[in-house]
Design a binder for this molecule. Structure first.
Ligand SMILES: [Zn+2]
Length: 95
């Protein structure tokens, strides 16, 4: 869920995480229009709509159990991997 900026209050599925840039791309959020020029093998130009990355400080994970954006923590699950979990109810997001 987006908690800041023009898309505030919207939520969607995370499509991609860019850890080195601390950004995420969320499905159907923060669309930007790009004018594409016809060139090379592309048959036509026109307007392309694409999700633009959002900085992670502007998004929060939505906990399905709490039904609201929550703070997340990290912990080891079954001693093998680091998982994100809801600090409120303890729900684990990475399974
Ligand atoms: Zn929760």
């Amino acid at each position: 869920m987006v908690v800041n900026g023009k898309e505030k209050g919207k939520s969607g599925r995370i499509l991609r995480v860019l850890p080195e840039k601390e950004k995420v791309i969320i499905e159907k959020i923060n669309f930007v229009k790009r004018h594409a020029r016809p060139h090379g093998k592309q048959r036509q130009g026109g307007i392309l709509e694409k999700e633009a990355p959002l900085h992670i400080s502007n998004v929060m994970l939505l906990c399905e159990k709490c039904n609201k954006p929550v703070r997340i923590g990290h912990r080891m699950v079954e001693g093998i991997k680091k998982a994100r979990y809801c600090r409120k109810c303890g729900e684990i997001f990475d399974k």
